[in-house]
Each structure stands twice: as C-alpha cells, then as structure tokens.
Ligand binder design. Structure first.
Ligand code: GRF
Length: 196
C-alpha cells in the first residue's frame, strides 16, 4: 500500500494535527506528513510540526482576512505540490479556499467542522448548537468545495449535549470526538476506500 502524503493546513492550536500524528506514530495509520502550513506565523500547529522535525511553513496570506489573494493561493498550491502532497487536510484552517486550490487538489481536500453539518456551519458551531436547544451535536469531516463548510459529507460523529454544558465543556467533548474521527477518515483515504 502506498503511504499517503498529507499536507496539513491550520491556523491554530493543532490538536487535530496532533491526533493525526499520534495515529501515524502509534496506530499504524499508513500516512506521512509532507508539510504543515499555517497562515498564522505564531500558530502552535507549526511548533508541533517543528518539534517532530517536520516541514513547517508560515505562508503569508496577503491582505484578506478570510480568503487568500489569488497569487498567494497559487503559491500555496506550489508549496503543497513541492512536498508531493496527495491529500490536503484542513485542521482549523480559517480561510476559504478558491479555484487554484480546488482545481489543483480536486476531491483531495478535506476539512473537519465541529457540528453535524449541514447544521451550524460557520464560526463557533458548538455555541450555535448549545443555544439551539438540541440534545446532540458532533463533528463532520467533509470534502471542501467553494462554499463555507458546505462540501459533501464523508463521516460524522455524534456527541450529546448535556443540560449543564457550557460552551467550553461542549467544545471539549466535540474535540475529543474529532481526534478519533479525523484519523479514521484519513485511514480510509490511505486504504483507498475513499478517493482513488
Ligand atoms: C476544530 O474544532 C475543527 O473542527 C475546526 O477548527 C478546530 C481546530 O482545532 N475546524 P485544532 O487546531 O485542531 O485544535
């Protein structure tokens, strides 16, 4: 079986990346990290990569807050291709991707979102769920398309919402579920059960 090369994009603390690394190191996930790229120079996800002697790149995003300038997005494609990335894994990457990335990695970009999509796309999805009165929420891994948290769903994991939950306790419970779901989905890609 070919080892799947991952390109991980993140803007934050990198707990999902950490879970993927753990699965590679200790659970025989047949994948390797080609590169970790962040649009935030100080993001902890880059420190995690560097601590594991993995390529870690700060990729300046340009002037926009939630997307990349086209030439910046094209240089992101170039960086990922230079590291022979098969699958782009968004792990807390806070920018919408557009044509250069979507064309270069068609059906090969996935994201994890902290709700049961299509419910609660966008920011702070766990707070949206908490305030909705629902008794369960969860997390979703989906293909990335031009929408926000909108591409086809690959897998979901449910978590309960308890009456005494706060935003923090619910978010923490969702993240624990994410850390199992994301490596499991990547394993399906690596084993050829998704993609091709
Ligand atoms: C996760 O909760 C994920 O669902 C969302 O961003 C968060 C990233 O967290 N897209 P981390 O950086 O992996 O800890």
């Amino acid at each position: 079986m070919k080892t799947l090369t991952l390109g991980v994009l993140g803007s934050g603390k990198g707990s999902n990346f950490d879970a993927i690394l753990h699965a590679i190191q200790f659970e025989n996930l047949p994948a390797k990290i080609g590169v970790v790229i962040s649009d935030v120079e100080t993001a902890a996800i880059l420190d995690i990569a560097r601590n594991h002697n993995l390529p870690a790149i700060f990729h300046p995003p340009g002037k926009f807050k939630t997307k990349l300038e086209p030439e910046h997005e094209q240089s992101l494609v170039t960086q990922l291709q230079a590291h022979h990335v098969d699958l782009v894994v968004l792990a807390g990457y806070m920018r919408v991707l557009k044509e250069p990335m979507l064309a270069a990695f068609s059906k090969r970009i996935i994201n994890i979102h902290p709700s049961l999509l299509p419910k609660f796309p966008g920011l702070r999805a766990w707070e949206q769920a908490l305030h909705s009165g629902d008794t369960e929420t969860g997390c979703t891994v989906h293909f990335v398309d031009a929408g926000v948290d909108a591409g086809p769903v690959i897998a979901q994991s449910k978590v309960p919402i308890f009456p005494d939950d706060t935003a923090a306790t619910l978010h923490q419970r969702i993240q624990i579920a994410e850390h199992t779901l994301y490596p499991a989905v990547i394993r399906q890609f690596a084993e050829g059960k998704i993609g091709g």
